[in-house]
Structure formats: structure tokens, C-alpha cells
Write a protein that binds this ligand. Structure first.
Ligand SMILES: NC(=O)c1ccc[n+]([C@@H]2O[C@H](COP(=O)([O-])OP(=O)(O)OC[C@H]3O[C@@H](n4cnc5c(N)ncnc54)[C@H](OP(=O)(O)O)[C@@H]3O)[C@@H](O)[C@H]2O)c1
Length: 315
């Protein structure tokens, strides 16, 4: 597995990372149980997929706990990224600056470590993405100076250019986590600004929450213990139509999943791409994406697809 620099943080990260929201997440994802979660983490480390993205409320804290247990004795082999601002159990939102250290202490305990590689503010409201007016980034800088964290940044909320610019230019962050995928490409227009400022870009939802694997269609239903059950029938049809159009751009012999991930890896400004995995098989397939590239013409065609409105839609 190749690695890339995570902005100016001094940390190098695997091109494909592990999105760990799914681990133990029975309500949100009908996710893998504890034993399968350990197998996923073991296999990720074995394959060099060593950037692991979690958050304190994922699976009511179980995501962090499973990672901590699985990595005991080899924590130094991975780059651990977690987030604060939502609290387990449930997703109680409290982004108060005076609770940052308490939140990170809980994460350190669950993750069984005494330092975090990356600490991110989890989907903060827009006004907290401004380092000129809020205390959060001074506190994070103090934790960085003390060695409790090696880098800090923001997992943005709306994933738009306005947020990206505020985070990159006012907060002193060296990491930005944001949504980018074949169906949601607008951040690609502005991530060069992040790269130029030394901010590493972590790409979440690279498979558009599973759509880009190609296994869903306009009639797909999701179970009640899966957050995607909230999509309306109209949204399902729209996503199915877009995924179908993407399918037409994928070279023969390449899976849609690999094409979706390789498209992102073709962007040099991106540090790591973190698909969520619900099984060892999914993890292995995602990791294998890093072993190939797409032809330049395909990358350009997918980029063009992202810029063009869907038939019947206005730009
Ligand atoms: N605000 C935030 O900070 C935030 C928000 C979202 C995500 N994240 C992070 O980003 C990570 C990735 O985003 P995501 O998990 O929401 O979306 P994603 O990576 O786009 O999609 C993940 C889903 O796609 C399906 N999948 C994965 N690999 C597959 C494969 N090889 N073949 C077929 N299907 C596959 C699985 O669901 P099915 O098999 O059930 O279809 C999986 O749950 C998360 O795990 C989390 O760490 C952070």
C-alpha cells in the first residue's frame, strides 16, 4: 500500500484507509458484530490499510472500543483519527470548547492509547469553523504542543467551498475530512486550496454510502437498522439513475467500486480515501483499489460527468 503525506502534519497515511463508522453499528448500518470487526481491523493492518477513521459516538462508542482492543500491543502501526463534538450514547451534540479535553480523554481510554494522531471537530456548526472567533483551535494547538495529539482539523458539515475555505484559512488545521465521490464532486474544484495551504484532505463517503458499488437499484429497500432507510423513494431513484450513468463510464474488467475509489486516488490533493467496510471481503476489495489506476481519459470522463447536470435537472 502506498502512503501519502497528510498535509503539513508530518504524518504519512495509507492511500486507502478504513472508515470505522460501521464497526459494531447495529442501528446505523446493520454493521459487523464484534468478532467480524476485529477481523476487519486485523486484515486492514495486515494489508497496510493503516489510516483508521472513527468518532466517539460511532456505535455508541463501540467503534473506538473495538479498535482499541484489536490494536493492543501494535497501536504504533496505525494512524488513528477520531472526532469529538457528538457524545455517546446517541449523538448528543455539544461542541463546547470546555469539553474538548473531556471528550478526547474518553476517546483515548476507549482506544487504549495515550495519544491521538488526528483529532477532528465532528460536523461543527458553521460559526465554529472560524479560528478568528472561537477558542477551539487554541485548545487543540495546546494539545498538539503537549503531544496528546499529532494533528487537528475539522470533519466539515455541509462539505461546500465556503466551509473548506474557512477551515483552511482561519483555523490552523492540518486536516480536513470531507465528502467527495463520483456523485458529489464539487469539492474537487477547491481542494487545491487545501493542498497549497498544507491541509491534508481525508475523503469520506467515497462510495456514496454504497451506491457506487453498483449493487443497488431504483427498487432497493433498506432495513430499519440501516440509516439509509431514511432516503425517500425519489432520492433512491435519483441515486440509482446516477449510479447507472456512472456504470457506463467504468472500463471493462474494473468493478464500479474500484473505479469510484481510483477516481479519487487520481486526485493528487487527496491524502487518503476511507471507505467504510462491513465485512473482511469488502475491506479486501476496497484495499485492492490502490493496486491499479484508471486511464486518464476515464478520470476525465468521470470528472466531466460530475460537472454535467443529470438529464432533466437544471445546473
Ligand atoms: N461527518 C463525518 O465525520 C462522517 C460522515 C460520514 C462518514 N464518515 C467516515 O467516512 C467513512 C466512509 O463513509 P461511509 O461509510 O459513510 O460511506 P461509504 O464509504 O461511501 O460507503 C460505505 C458502505 O458501502 C458499502 N460497501 C463498502 N465497501 C464495499 C464493497 N467493496 N462492495 C460493496 N459494497 C461496499 C457498505 O454498505 P452495504 O454493504 O450495506 O451497502 C458500506 O457500509 C465512515 O466509515 C466514517 O468513518 C464520517
Amino acid at each position: 500500500m502506498r502512503t501519502r503525506p497528510l498535509g503539513r502534519s508530518g504524518i504519512r497515511v495509507s492511500e486507502i484507509g478504513l472508515g470505522a463508522w460501521q464497526l459494531g453499528a447495529r442501528r446505523e448500518w446493520a454493521g459487523p458484530d464484534e468478532e467480524e470487526s476485529y477481523r476487519i481491523i486485523d486484515e486492514a493492518v495486515r494489508l497496510g490499510c493503516t489510516f483508521i477513521d472513527t468518532a466517539s459516538p460511532y456505535a455508541d462508542g463501540r467503534s473506538e472500543e473495538y479498535i482499541g482492543r484489536a490494536l493492543e500491543g501494535r497501536r504504533d502501526q496505525v494512524v488513528l483519527c477520531t472526532k469529538f463534538g457528538f457524545w455517546a450514547p446517541g449523538y448528543q451534540e455539544d461542541h463546547s470548547p470546555d469539553r474538548i479535553e473531556e471528550a478526547l480523554e474518553l476517546s483515548l481510554t476507549r482506544l487504549r492509547t495515550d495519544y491521538l494522531d488526528v483529532a477532528l471537530i465532528h460536523s461543527p456548526p458553521y460559526e465554529l469553523m472560524d479560528g478568528r472567533t472561537v477558542a477551539h483551535y487554541r485548545i487543540l494547538q495546546r494539545l498538539l504542543d503537549a503531544g496528546t495529539i499529532r494533528a487537528y482539523g475539522v470533519a466539515d458539515r455541509a462539505s461546500n467551498a465556503d466551509e473548506l475555505r474557512r477551515i483552511v484559512h482561519t483555523t490552523g488545521s492540518s486536516v480536513l475530512e470531507t465528502n467527495i465521490n463520483v456523485l458529489e464532486q464539487h469539492q474537487l474544484d477547491v481542494i487545491a486550496e487545501a493542498a497549497e495551504a498544507g491541509v491534508g484532505v481525508v475523503v469520506r463517503t467515497p462510495l456514496a454510502s454504497g451506491w457506487l458499488s453498483g449493487k443497488y437499484d431504483r427498487d432497493s429497500d433498506f432495513p430499519n437498522d440501516d440509516r439509509r432507510v431514511w432516503w425517500t423513494r425519489a432520492q433512491v431513484r435519483e441515486k440509482a439513475a446516477a449510479a447507472q450513468r456512472f456504470r457506463g463510464l467504468v472500463p471493462e474488467g474494473t468493478t464500479m467500486t474500484h473505479a469510484a475509489l481510483r477516481f479519487l486516488l487520481a486526485q493528487p490533493e487527496i491524502s487518503t480515501v476511507i471507505p467504510g467496510a462491513k465485512s473482511v471481503a469488502q475491506l479486501r476489495h476496497n484495499v485492492a483499489a490502490a493496486q491499479g489506476t484508471l486511464p486518464a481519459a476515464t478520470v476525465a470522463a468521470i470528472r466531466d460527468f460530475g460537472r454535467r447536470p443529470a438529464p432533466g435537472q437544471h445546473p
